[in-house]
Design a protein around this ligand. Sequence first.
Ligand code: SF4
Ligand code: SF4
Length: 472
Amino acid sequence: MYNPNSKKAEEFICHEEILATLAYAEANKENKILISQLIEKAKERKGLTHREASVLLACQIPEKIQEIYDLAEQIKKDFYGNRIVMFAPLYLSNYCINGCVYCPYHLKNKHIVRKKLTQEEIVREVTALQDMGHKRLAIESGEDPVNNPIEYILECIQTIYSIHHKNGAIRRVNVNIAATTVENYRKLKDAGIGTYILFQETYHKESYEQLHPTGPKHNYAYHTEAMDRAMEGGIDDVGLGVLFGLERYRYEFTALLMHAEHLETVFGVGPHTISVPRLKRADDIDPDTFDNGIDDEAFAKICALIRISVPYTGMIISTRESKAVREKVIRLGVSQVSGASRTSVGGYAEEEPEDECSEQFDVSDKRTLDEVVRWLMELGYIPSFCTACYREGRTGDRFMSLCKAKQIQNCCQPNAIITLKEYLTDYASPETKKVGEQVIVNELKQISNEKVRQLCKEWLEKIENGKRDFRF
Ligand code: SF4
Ligand code: SF4
């Protein structure tokens, strides 16, 4: 029944295989010999299978958990160095015909204000985002074929790429919209998107159907097979994620890794990113009504285990999480963070009045981008506004092979320096600029390739003289 090669959701995310894995993990959670062997295997940096990783997730032995954390931290450094890629979500429309019980945009919520950005409003939103310093967006939209058809999404993407305010530009638009057809994925690919992101929400079919009682999203197979269609449509960078808190986290974790294995088996390319959202309070939504909430410790363990199980996959954390949690999981493996996010439609250009709430969820980390950038630097990271890979055609298996060979770092680090310089020159506060210039001096010394270092220095000078958009 279980078949990672199958195109059928219920065969590559096989319920029986997940249950067998969880039983195996439970039976071995105190098996120190096996756990040590698995940690040793993970040290080879080739990842772990869903069964192996699930044993480590079940393990409660403090010294073994510490070993996992240390390894995750080390693997993160090896693959990603100390760069953290910055992005922001942009909500286009909260019209939605689905009935997802955990999301305030569900069709039956009559007290949330429904909004859809016009192209003029998008110009205002994107200008505001550019004025903060953002270069990479993830666009989000509810599912509504009348209000948000694919033509609307494509028009929005075109508008976003066309806006150049002062030195600003959005250089990569990632897309998080409902599961769609191969034909529509092809259109998104042709529109020049970066990653196509779709959260599974939960892999547990029965829960999935209860949590999505109405609307097209009710169809578990159509939703779960979306990434296969996206890849058939030519999108080779796809982003997975589950909404932790809906189902038992061990079940979700196992299934998430099975999904990654499926993509790798069928397409030769695993997921480009994995997001780790947790259920949060929002209009009409009380997280306490869901009994699968996970505490910060389990959450950190999940992040560390994703890092060691799929070392080549970027990991994303949003402002749903607090500063303290973000700090912890960035160390354990997260490679992309959002900053200064607004989860309402039209929230960047204008603050929403209290009685016009259109937010998808409450933001925990409410700091400005400048504050987030400075905070990351003070923690020893380089905030990066890099968008180079997909613009240089480094996507799909080309990207993965560079990543697996740990070569991508040779691009990430100088690109982080260059894009940070742009940020400091155009948008940073004097205090952040001061910290950042010192970071650049230190980071330049770390570039081992003399030629790259020289070119980097030249480009830094050119940026000071007004030129923009250099990349390796
Ligand atoms: S999660 Fe997505 S599909 Fe579901 S109600 Fe919210 S916006 Fe609509
Ligand atoms: S070089 Fe590629 S992988 Fe590295 S930060 Fe830039 S876009 Fe991401």
